[in-house]
Design a protein around this ligand. Structure first.
Ligand SMILES: *Cc1c(COP(=O)(O)O)cnc(C)c1O
Ligand code: SF4
Length: 371
């Protein structure tokens, strides 16, 4: 029996669903909106959105739950912008790349990117409950033919077993929670059988787009594979629902260490107040804001990309003004595989010999004598 979060809001457009169905991730998965016609049943689509649903090649899927968070009348709704295609996705700028982080060329085994000295990224599934319009792995996410073959996973596991310098594996995708509990468990068990892997991380957007997936059965399984870090991807306070809170609570109660990776998106969350509200909600649910990502140079997402100043303003609006726990690292993942670099506002405003002058969050100045 899957307990239903309280209260269950079933929007009018899905009035046929019983509360038990609505709270069942399999029902949500089976009833995903996959076409413009599906979306038109729950939203008043603009002509541009309607046209984009026909023409944009990147996969379209929205869970009824995530659709229920959308404003049916407002195309600028932050949830809608993340999940409903627009024709802006058809515009590819010269600086944009199919594989902006050169993940495919840093693959010692298919489905494994090993870029940093002591950690590696494993692609466990190429499916997601909702396809984010800003996805930087559009090249393969949502394409069933690109899913890793079990034999390929074996090659990745053999690589990890042979490389003792790897002590941290990020299980990503797509979304690893798109695998069945059984398949995910067999992968985690195979990773845990490699003694030098100290920590495992799961990267999943299910708490945001399909929180019903985080069942008591799933977390009972996950807790056998600690230390397990779970990084999720909340972008906006509208995603902060009772269902999402329950998913985080179950993961945290099962001993997972929760982190959040937000992608900075123009017109969605490029506002210090929005990120502050989001991050304070996450902290209340034991999920620590980890990264704020500058949008990558993936093809067809120029309309989401902000100036770097927008990210710096957000960090500036958090640091000192609220709990340090709510301040993520603002990072740019460098095009071509340079890796992540972090940026922050400059608080060092002057230097005279060993006397450094800083400004604080309130704009006051202070001198510090360095050693
Ligand atoms: C982001 C990333 C990691 C993990 O980086 P952390 O900074 O340790 O979170 C590992 N491998 C690849 C290829 C990545 O892009
Ligand atoms: S959940 Fe992650 S991998 Fe899946 S579509 Fe969204 S950004 Fe891409």
């Amino acid at each position: 029996m899957i307990p239903t979060p309280d209260p269950v809001r079933i929007p009018a457009a899905f009035a046929d669903a019983t509360p038990a169905e609505w709270s069942d991730w399999r029902w949500q998965q089976r009833h995903r909106l996959r076409t413009g016609a599906d979306l038109a049943k729950v939203l008043r689509l603009t002509p541009d959105e309607r046209d984009a649903c026909e023409r944009v090649p990147f996969a379209l899927a929205v869970t009824p739950y995530y659709a229920s968070l959308m404003d049916p009348d407002d195309p600028s709704c932050p949830i809608r912008r993340q999940a409903v295609p627009t024709t802006a996705e058809l515009v590819v700028r010269p600086e944009e790349r199919e594989d902006p982080l050169a993940e495919e060329s840093h693959m010692p085994a298919p489905g494994l990117t090993h870029r940093y000295p002591d950690r590696a990224l494993l692609y466990a599934s190429h499916n997601c409950p909702v396809y984010c319009r800003h996805c930087n792995r559009k090249r393969k996410v949502g394409d069933p033919t690109s899913a890793p073959h079990p034999r390929e996973l074996d090659a990745a596991l053999a690589y990890l077993a042979a490389h003792r310098e790897v002590r941290d594996v990020l299980v990503s995708g797509g979304d690893p929670l798109s695998l069945s509990d059984e398949r995910l468990e067999s992968l985690l068990a195979a990773l845990r059988a490699i003694p030098h892997l100290e920590i495992l991380r799961l990267a999943t957007r299910n708490p945001v787009t399909l929180p019903q997936r985080v069942t008591p059965e799933l977390v009972a399984m996950l807790r056998r594979y600690h230390p397990l870090y779970v990084n999720t991807h909340f972008n906006h306070p509208k995603e902060c629902t009772a269902e999402a809170a329950l998913a985080l609570e179950r993961l945290a109660d099962a001993g997972c260490v929760l982190g959040n990776q937000t992608v900075l998106l123009a017109g969605v969350n490029d506002d210090p107040e929005v990120i502050k509200r989001l991050n304070l909600w996450l902290l209340k649910h034991r999920c620590r804001p980890y990264y704020l990502f500058q949008a990558d140079l993936a093809e067809g997402i120029a309309h989401f990309r902000t100036p770097v100043d927008a990210g710096l303003r957000i960090i500036e609006g958090l640091r000192g003004h609220t709990s340090g726990l709510a301040v993520p690292h603002y990072v740019v993942d460098l095009p071509g595989g340079g890796g992540k670099v972090s940026l922050g506002p400059d608080y060092l405003v002057g230097r005279d010999g060993k006397t450094l002058t800083f400004r604080n969050y309130a704009g006051e100045r202070f001198d510090y004598e360095e050693g």
